[in-house]
Write a protein that binds this ligand. Structure first.
Ligand code: GDP
Ligand code: IMO
Ligand code: MG
Length: 429
């Protein structure tokens, strides 16, 4: 298996960016295949911190970085992010960066609709990132989207724009909003088009060439399996498939190309936005996890909800996504706890469940069954080998891999790139 697919196995923010950046130097190409700038991937290299939302995390190491067709692309967000990264000394040009010309665009009207719906939903809101992700995917599936390739043919856009605006104007009227300003939209698209088009191409073709040359491809997922539109905590999910199988469809390569599936798993659990969260801790322990883990959103700055590790959820994510091995991240955040807990099952209406049910009300009602383990007083922060870990921390890792029925391939012990323990090299598997 020369290729590796990295996916989040919880509700996002598991540390995918750090692991992708660490693996990127061994890869020949890094490909984003779903999501958009709702993602927030943090990379720490020495004294530099890079926050990426749309650009693949390989860009920092100079590895060929590709935005696949499965991504929804906000062209203005792309430009802003490229300029920010260039300001940090990262080189981005047509040699090391490509965008699929069949990517659907996120337009200002998508962001408007995202915000209008969330406001109207009040307490029942999803808690989206407000980036227009859901409405943009709806237009893609509804066959109304404007895509990157359309930017090269703006003089022919009229009929598409008619269809798109007819749809949105009706929705906007329902929210007492004025119709889309078509002239302004077209003018904005004309202005941004050359910037995007310099990177646009049929990326499936480029990736086919890369594969033929025997190169290693690293697929970088965004969000996590529990936010998957099919398998997640519906309706409190994002609007794309976040599971490993999407790597093929979202980049234009076959299912045989995804290789080793590396599930990124935080040593505890966090969630940002609304929706069920069985092991959530609304107490001092939850607060302590949040403070030690600096659990504030990369994209929106929102405080993340925190709780103990939920082995039922991660076992389910690993099964659904065919995870070959996991990277266990943020182990250091658990340093210093007298005891640590792992959820091993749920109680629902007097019954014991070994899986997370599909129905929203049942997901909200399950009560976690915990197993308690002795914690460790020593620090694991910065450990780069198994030998540096305290015995109790090793016991915790072993119990995690037993319960989730999936082996540990990597352990991460700080935000810093090199503070990573390699147990099993995904590229050599
Ligand atoms: P992503 O969305 O999955 O890429 O994760 P985020 O970047 O949104 O959130 C993960 C946060 O944890 C970032 O601030 C990382 O720098 C940080 N991080 C990653 N791995 C570790 C780790 O092993 N230990 C600690 N303490 N922080 C980590
Ligand atoms: P990374 O890649 C954590 C959540 C939002 C909200 C739901 C829907 O950094 O792990 P959306 O804007 O996608 O329609 O919001 O999904 N969400 C994330 N949570 N990490 C992310 O990305 C997320 N991207 C979206 O908070 O609950
Ligand atoms: Mg994130």
């Amino acid at each position: 298996m020369a290729n590796v697919t990295v996916i989040g196995a919880q509700w996002g923010d598991e540390g995918k960016g750090k692991i992708v950046d660490w693996l990127a130097s061994r890869a020949d190409a890094v490909v984003r295949f779903q999501g958009g700038h709702n993602a927030g991937h943090t990379l720490v290299v020495g004294d530099k911190v890079y926050k990426l939302s749309l650009l693949p995390s390989g860009i920092v190491t100079g590895t060929l970085s590709v935005i696949g067709n499965g991504v929804v692309l906000d062209p203005w967000a792309l430009k802003a992010e490229i300029e920010k990264l260039e300001g940090q000394g990262v080189t981005i040009d047509a040699d090391n960066f490509a965008v699929a010309d069949n990517c659907p665009l996120i337009l200002p009207l998508h962001r408007d609709l995202d915000g209008l719906r969330e406001t109207a939903a009040g307490a029942g809101k999803i808690g989206t990132t407000g980036r227009g992700i859901g409405p943009a995917y709806e237009d893609k599936v509804g066959r109304r989207a404007i895509r990157v390739c359309d930017l090269a043919h703006l003089d022919q856009l009229e009929p598409q724009l008619d269809r798109l605006c007819a749809h949105h104007d009706a929705l906007r009227a329902g929210f007492d909003q004025p119709p889309v300003d078509r002239e302004a939209l077209l003018a904005d698209l004309r202005e941004i088009a050359p910037f995007v088009l310099q990177f646009a191409q049929p990326v499936w073709k480029r990736l086919k060439k890369v594969r033929k040359a025997g190169a290693k491809i690293l697929f970088e997922g965004a969000q996590g399996v529990l936010l998957d539109v099919d398998h997640g905590t519906y309706p409190f999910v994002t609007s794309s498939n976040t599971v490993s199988g999407t790597a093929a469809a979202g980049s234009g390569l076959g299912p045989g190309s995804t290789g080793f599936v590396l599930g990124i798993v935080k040593a505890y659990t966090t969630r940002v936005g609304s929706g069920p969260f069985p092991t959530e801790l609304d107490d001092a322990t939850g607060q302590r996890l949040g403070e030690r883990g600096h659990e504030f959103g990369t994209v929106t700055g929102r405080q993340r909800r925190c709780g103990w590790f939920d082995a039922v959820l991660v076992r389910q994510s690993c099964a659904i996504s065919g995870v070959t091995g996991i990277a266990l991240t943020k182990l250091d955040v658990l340093d210093g706890f007298d005891t640590v807990r792992i959820c091993t099952g749920y109680r629902l209406n007097g019954k014991i469940l070994d899986y997370f049910p599909s129905h929203s009300a049942e997901q909200a009602a399950v009560e976690p069954i915990y197993e308690e383990m002795e914690g460790w007083r020593e620090t694991t922060a910065g450990a780069r080998s198994w030998a540096e870990l305290p015995a109790q921390a090793i016991k915790y890792i072993q119990r995690v891999q037993e319960l989730i029925e999936t082996p540990v391939a990597l352990v991460s012990t700080s935000p810093e790139r090199e503070d990573t323990i390699l147990v099993r090299d995904p590229f050599l598997d």
